[in-house]
Design a protein around this ligand. Structure first.
Ligand code: GLV
Ligand code: MN
Ligand code: MN
Length: 417
């Protein structure tokens, strides 16, 4: 049979099965308003991993976990010397997350592998379905911990030492998860990878607005993240005079206001977010003694991102007044472009399936950022209803989800052949 007439793996993708698996995963950490809260390395995350392993094992996939908690399910290829092709995303969510961000990429990879198995073709290279540890960075910051350590971009020991708000370290939380996954083999951190493909919801409105089904992702915009600590002094709200006060909240507000003004651009390209803002001691009659806040800054132009990010510390210092301020940069990732070859494999697969598609830049971050540093990587987007994401209203139709999995199945089949 010629390459163009043979039945490709995409023909075996099952929309209903994929939708049912996504619904089952969404029950783990379900929120009252129809979203999902599944924090990295929580008991919900462990339960999601157990379910994924069970599904994989019914297909004969072998699970393994590495030292930073990335979970892999392997479809063994015919050539044991060939480096594996990887595909997946993450199982953790934002606190009021949706049903698709992350988990879709993992389950689309599982569906693609199941389709490849059903097509009767044994790939030459192994295919690993992967769930990267802590992409969101919501419980442990910054995110993309698993993929960053896998790629050698962050040190294992520094990441293991990161603590959450209640002082639990990544190392301790990981031990808890591992105790639920006792029979899973250990995997070396430095295993090679031949290629990586990540399917994801777009998390923006463009594909839906333009009536398109598939986004061939060109790259990922850059992002710098910071944490800021402002220290003042607690005092009585009735007795201390304004002149005596060291009000950490007023200083922090002045900093955020000044940053918002300095980072404002008429074209609306800069993305500046203060998503966390903790006031201490947070009591109505006490002058705030300290504030911790986060900064998430993004721009598609790396030079602009560098220049804007470099303004953060001086602006905070200039508005500290009588308080003290400490700015710590948590991560700095410049914009990147996926290789043309990966983009064309994805584009050709979408075209063969007659799926309307176009190239698109990812303005959200993904684990593919770090995989890009170790092997040819690419991403497939499917539409997000109204672009709503990192919220409980996140929605993509089952048909679009299945179409993304079809493209992924054919791409993985080709890359592993
Ligand atoms: C990923 O979740 C991001 O914040 O871009
Ligand atoms: Mn994601
Ligand atoms: Mn996300």
């Amino acid at each position: 049979m010629s390459a163009d007439t043979k039945t490709r793996a995409s023909a075996f993708v099952d929309e209903k099965r994929l939708a049912e698996r996504l619904a089952a995963m969404a029950r783990i950490g379900a929120t009252e308003k129809g979203g999902v809260n599944r924090q990295a390395l929580s008991k919900e995350d462990a339960a999601a991993q157990q379910l994924l392993i069970r599904w994989g094992e019914t297909l004969g996939l072998k699970p393994s976990i590495d030292a930073i908690g990335n979970l892999f399910l392997r479809l063994e290829g015919a050539d044991p010397n060939a480096a594996p092709v990887l595909s997946g995303s993450h199982l953790d969510t934002q606190p009021t997350g949706g049903k698709f961000d992350g988990v879709y990429g993992v389950l689309a990879a599982l569906e693609a592998v199941q389709a490849i198995v059903a097509s009767g073709v044994r790939p030459r290279a192994s295919i690993d379905v992967v769930a990267w540890m802590n992409e969101e960075g919501s419980r442990f910051a910054p995110g993309m911990m698993g993929s960053a350590v896998f790629a050698g971009e962050r040190r294992l020991d520094t990441v293991l030492a990161v603590t959450d708000e209640s002082g639990v370290s990544v190392a301790d939380a990981l031990m808890q998860v591992r105790s639920c996954l006792r029979d899973v083999a250990a995997r070396a951190l430095d295993e090679r990878a031949a290629a990586y493909v990540e399917a994801h919801i777009e998390q923006g409105p463009h594909l839906e607005r333009e009536g398109l089904t598939i986004g061939v992702v060109t790259g990922i915009q850059g992002k710098r993240t910071f944490k800021v600590r402002v220290d003042g002094e607690a005092a009585h709200a009735g007795t201390s005079t304004r002149a005596e006060r060291k009000d950490a909240l007023l200083a922090a507000i002045a900093m955020v206001q000044a940053l918002a003004e300095a980072l404002h651009d008429a074209q609306d390209i800069v993305k500046f977010t203060v998503g966390r803002f903790d006031v201490k001691p947070s009591a109505p009659s006490v002058v705030p003694s300290a504030v911790d806040f986060s900064i998430d800054l993004r721009h598609p132009d790396s030079q602009a991102l560098r220049a804007l990010g470099d303004k953060v510390q001086p602006i905070c210092e200039a508005h500290a007044g009588v308080c003290a301020v400490r700015v710590t940069e948590l991560s700095s990732a410049m914009s990147l472009e996926f290789p043309a070859l990966m983009r064309s494999v994805i584009r050709d697969a979408a075209a063969r399936l007659n799926l309307a598609h176009r190239e698109i830049l990812s303005t959200a971050g993904h684990d593919a950022r770090y995989l890009h540093a170790v092997c040819p990587s690419g991403m497939i987007f499917v539409p997000s209803h109204r672009g709503l994401t990192h919220c409980e209203a996140e929605f993509t139709t089952s048909a679009d989800l299945a179409n993304g999995a079809k493209v992924l199945a054919d791409v993985l089949e080709e890359l592993a052949s």
